[in-house]
Write a protein that binds this ligand. Structure first.
Ligand SMILES: Cc1ncc(COP(=O)(O)O)c(C=O)c1O
Length: 350
């Protein structure tokens, strides 16, 4: 990565340089789509996909109630209304039947999120979408995950990725990508990321600067060929946790369906005694996280959507109980064992 970054510095093409173009081609190939457009972060990817599809005021977009805030804020930022639906506790992802039940004449898109790296079973959405609404995949937590032979992001009209440093594929700062098979959508995002410019200084519509930096693309180019190995290693760590945590009372994350590939961005267990367990692990020098403590409908930013406590019980339960244990490629069996031993010392955690 040092060499790759130095090459960018030596050439001095920091904005939309060769590495951005190369990485876009490589990432599109990796995901199995025609086009990829490098952006400054995953939120921009969601927002620009929506704008490129013409989603705006008066439109509704269905999103899960339990996700990172950006899935829904991107919808609001284009002037559309996020319509929340509950999650399915069997997958922690959007309840596909609830999503279909929420579709109406104003629905322009549905955004399933492959939460924690779990490949959300979006088949029913894709079958129902035809001509009625678009499926945009939020893949910000699931680089490389597969539903059957298809990579996430390649099944809907477009997929949004974040390269935030902690992601399965992360850069040395912020970065993002929109992928699609639709040339018209890709071309529009190319314009929207660059001040709405068609040709140099020919600005067609109002737009910001949302470009992926060349230095970040250089880092991502080096890391991409290693992504599948890292994801395989995350699955090894998850399998080790499943054995080591048996009998602790924790609810362990769901396995992907046979033939699908989970990429375990998070190893999120569930416990009714979360705060106590988290403090106990912290005292043992084991860092954990909570993704996320609030479902979207209980955040002040989305108060005006009119939901209340009790609107989405499965999302609320997950927000109360979820705890992300350490998970990274290269985590040793000994480290997994240390986490499990500390959890067992806490007592029955379920
Ligand atoms: C599900 C989900 N969507 C969107 C985003 C936004 O990505 P970024 O932080 O790169 O803007 C994230 C980032 O963590 C995410 O987890």
């Amino acid at each position: 990565m040092d060499t790759a970054m130095k090459a960018v510095i030596d050439r001095g093409a920091f904005i939309l340089g060769q590495e951005v173009r190369d990485f876009e081609v490589e990432y599109a190939q990796y995901c199995g789509v025609a086009r990829a457009v490098g952006l400054d972060n995953g939120t921009s990817a969601l927002e620009l996909i929506l704008r490129a599809l013409g989603v705006g005021p008066g439109d509704e977009v269905i999103v899960p109630a339990m996700t990172f805030v950006a899935t829904a804020s991107a919808v609001s930022m284009v002037g559309a209304k996020p319509v929340l639906v509950d999650i399915d506790p069997k997958t922690d992802c959007m309840d596909m039947h609830a999503a279909l039940a929420a579709v109406n004449d104003r629905t322009r898109a549905v955004i399933p999120v492959h939460l924690y790296g779990f490949p959300a079973p979006i088949g029913p959405l894709l079958s129902a979408a035809h001509g009625k609404f678009q499926v945009i995949e939020d893949c910000c937590q699931a680089h490389g995950a597969k539903v059957g032979s298809r990579r996430v992001g390649s099944m809907g009209v477009a997929g949004a990725f974040s390269f935030y440093p902690a992601k399965n594929l992360g850069c040395f700062g912020d970065g993002g990508m929109a992928i699609t098979d639709e040339p018209g959508v890709a071309d529009r995002i190319v314009m929207l990321r660059n001040y709405g410019e068609r040709k140099k200084y020919e600005h067609m519509e109002l737009a910001y600067n949302r470009r992926l930096d060349t230095v970040q693309a250089a880092v991502l180019k080096v890391k991409l060929p290693r992504l599948d190995d890292w994801n395989t290693d995350r699955r090894r760590v998850a399998a080790a946790y499943r054995i080591a945590l048996a009998g602790t009372g924790l609810v362990l994350p769901p396995d992907a369906a046979a033939g699908d590939e989970h990429v375990h961005y998070m190893y999120a267990v569930r416990t009714k005694r979360r705060e106590g367990l988290q403090a106990h692990l912290k005292a043992a020098n084991i860092e954990t996280g909570i993704h996320y403590p609030y479902p979207l409908h209980l955040l002040p930013v989305f108060e005006d959507l009119g939901y209340r406590e009790g609107s989405f019980p499965a999302s609320e339960a997950l927000a109360r109980e979820t705890l992300s244990l350490p998970m990274f490629p290269g985590m040793t069996d000994g480290e997994v064992g240390r986490v499990a031993t500390a959890i067992k010392a806490f007592g029955q955690a379920g």
